[in-house]
Design a protein. Structure first.
Length: 151
């Protein structure tokens, strides 16, 4: 039986697609998904979602698109995209299934991560699109400048 569950104080009957509403590139991408792909889900910006109730951190929501099933399972990045495609049916369903198979899953994860890290450089992006340093990647700490001596 397909019982609804509560999110943001309302009953939710569909999976939830969560994206970064401050990022122009993300917003444009989600509009494309909403109007062309037409996944069977509720779409919301993470800024308007009760992330804690969904079991998601703000950091994760900033870094990747999320697909949250009605039962609360969270998929991120390319897997979230694949789940959205699967829910749409038709040819999109086939593409979504392919994105979840090895080795395409590995490739799609790498491409998604590359796009996510560089989304501030892509068309439609704004300064809010910069996500910072991805997990696992070392940061460079600026070295203090040392004045040169001219004796």
């Amino acid at each position: 039986m397909n019982l609804p569950h509560r999110t943001e104080g309302r009953l939710r009957h569909l999976p939830l697609l969560v994206y970064d509403g401050d990022c122009g590139f993300c917003a444009r991408s989600v509009r494309f998904i909403e109007h062309r792909v037409k996944p069977k889900c509720t779409i919301t910006a993470w800024q308007f979602a009760e992330l804690h109730a969904l079991g998601v951190t703000e950091l994760r929501a900033q870094r990747e698109m999320l697909w949250i099933t009605r039962s609360g399972t969270v998929y991120g990045g390319s897997r979230a995209l694949a789940k959205a495609l699967l829910s749409a049916g038709g040819g999109w369903r086939i593409l979504g299934g392919l994105l979840l198979t090895v080795p395409l899953r590995w490739l799609s994860q790498g491409v998604y991560r590359l796009i996510a890290v560089n989304r501030h450089r892509l068309p439609g992006s704004t300064a809010a699109c910069a996500v910072g340093v991805p997990p696992g990647r070392p940061t460079q700490t600026p070295q203090p400048s040392v004045p040169s001596s001219t004796e």
